[in-house]
Structures are given as structure tokens and as C-alpha cells.
Write a new protein. Structure first.
Length: 280
């Protein structure tokens, strides 16, 4: 439980670190994928997990697809951090479980309960309060804004969960190794390596921290504790992430949400928590 709590608390500071790196979202995710592939690949090897790994073609393909959605999720999340506050970004990002409910009901023929439907309505109203649509004159304006990137990030995270939930034979280390390796291959053609020129020592400290600490170390703690905890405990501890992110944003970065945004944040998290409690 301590490992999971620490992992979520560290991940909650990723928005703060992202703003200090001095490089664009895609390049930061590229560095993150490299660090995670090396770090978790090393852990996978020294634990001997590679020797007993069960490889199935279907699961490998599912993992590759998961990797595509995971990387897009990271890129969109970091682009949202570039455009707007951490608090608003993290709140919208945590709509992912609601998108899982919607997609599962529409395309996977999963039964939508009254609680799930109510949670969707509550989260939608909360999102409207947070975003407000009076500032957008077109759909392209919305998509290109931080709000659009945050929603896209949550959608990609939801797809990662949906595609990956049937992968049972492959270890967590192997899954993440493949996913982050996919990220390296996927992003390499789009990299502008000139953005790394002229960075300060502080920039590099935050870049390496985001790669090694927020990806490698955090995922190690997460996977090491995941299978030893009940789903109820995991569902509760996941909320350490947004709480830390919002506190850092308000206390250190001086973000001050409007009353309408605060009401929207409470509605979103209320809807998500009610869904999780009902599922348990």
C-alpha cells in the first residue's frame, strides 16, 4: 500500500515537472519512453521474468495497440499541460473511467447501469462547468486548446484500458517494455532534436527526473504493488495522484479556479468516485 501511495504521489507531480523541462510534449514523451524501456527492461531481466514469459501472438498485438494509445495519451496530456493549469488538465484526464463506460456500452455491448448513466451525466455537467464553451468559435479552436488535448488524452487512456484488459498471460514488465518501445519507434520520425540545444542544467534535471522517476521508478513501484492489493484499495489510492497534482498547482503555481470551475471539479470527481464505489 505504501508503494502504491508513493507511486501515485510522485506521478501527481508530473505536471509540475513537465512545465520545468523546457521541451515540447512529443520530445518529452520520447525521452520518457527511452527511460522506461531501459529501466523496466532491466528490472524484467534481473528478476528473471523474461525466462518464464508466455508469448501469445494475439496478446503481443494487443499490447502493441495499447502502446500506441498509451503514447498518444502521454503526448496529449503533456500538450494540455502546456496550454492550461494542471488542476483543470488532471480533472479532465480523470474522465477516462467514464469514457470506458460509454465506449463499453456503445461498442462492446456492456450493460449500462443507472448508476453509470447518472455518473456520465454528472461528469458531463462538471466538464461543461470547467471548460465553458463561450470562448470557442469553432471545433478546431476547442480541439487545439488545452481542453481538447486533455479530453483526447482521457479518451486514449480509456482505449488503453479497454484494449489491455484482456491481456492476462503477459507480465506487466513485458507489457510496458513493448508499449514504451513502440513509443520510441512511433515518435522517432517526428523528433526535433534541436529543442535539446541550449537547455540549462535545471531543464535536464527535470527531463531526466520525468523519465527515470515519473516513468521508470513509478511504474516499478506500481507494478510491484499492483498484484498484492485489492481492487478497492487500488481504486482509492489512484486518487492520490490528482490530489497531489491539484495541491501543487494551487500552493506552488498559484492557480486559482473560479467558483464555476471548482463546482465542475467536484462534480467530475464525485461522478467518478460513485462509479468506482458502485462497481466494487
Amino acid at each position: 500500500m505504501l508503494q502504491m501511495t508513493l507511486a501515485m504521489a510522485i506521478f501527481g507531480s508530473i505536471g509540475f515537472f513537465t512545465g520545468k523541462t523546457g521541451i515540447p510534449a512529443a520530445e518529452l514523451v520520447f525521452v520518457r519512453c527511452i527511460c522506461a524501456t531501459l529501466f523496466l527492461g532491466f528490472c524484467w531481466l534481473i528478476t528473471g521474468g523474461h525466462k518464464v514469459e508466455v508469448w501469445r501472438k494475439r496478446e503481443v498485438m494487443q499490447t502493441v495497440v495499447c502502446g500506441v494509445f498509451l503514447v498518444l495519451n502521454w503526448v496529449f496530456l503533456f500538450k494540455a499541460f502546456e496550454e492550461m493549469s494542471i488542476t483543470v488538465t488532471i480533472t479532465l484526464y480523470n474522465l477516462a473511467p467514464i469514457f470506458v463506460l460509454i465506449i463499453g456500452s456503445l461498442f462492446l455491448k456492456e450493460r449500462m447501469t443507472l448508476t453509470g448513466l447518472l455518473a456520465i451525466v454528472i461528469c458531463f455537467l462538471g466538464s461543461v462547468c470547467i471548460i465553458g464553451f463561450q470562448n470557442f468559435t469553432s471545433l478546431s479552436d476547442f480541439v487545439g486548446s488545452g481542453f481538447g488535448w486533455a479530453i483526447l488524452s482521457a479518451l486514449c487512456y480509456a482505449m488503453t484500458m479497454l484494449v489491455g484488459k484482456e491481456i492476462r498471460g503477459m507480465s506487466a514488465y513485458a507489457m510496458t517494455f513493448i508499449q514504451t518501445a513502440v513509443g520510441i519507434i512511433m515518435l522517432f520520425p517526428f523528433m526535433d532534436f534541436t529543442v535539446f540545444n541550449g537547455l540549462s542544467d535545471s531543464n535536464w534535471l527535470y527531463i531526466v527526473g520525468t523519465g527515470l522517476i515519473h516513468t521508470g521508478f513509478v511504474y516499478y513501484l506500481f507494478f510491484n504493488s499492483l498484484r498484492q492489493l485489492s481492487t478497492v484499495v487500488i481504486s482509492a489510492l489512484v486518487f492520490v495522484d490528482p490530489v497531489v497534482a491539484i495541491l501543487l498547482d494551487i500552493l506552488i503555481l498559484d492557480f486559482q479556479p473560479t467558483l464555476t470551475q471548482m463546482a465542475g471539479i467536484l462534480l467530475v470527481f464525485g461522478g467518478i468516485i460513485s462509479t468506482i464505489v458502485k462497481q466494487e
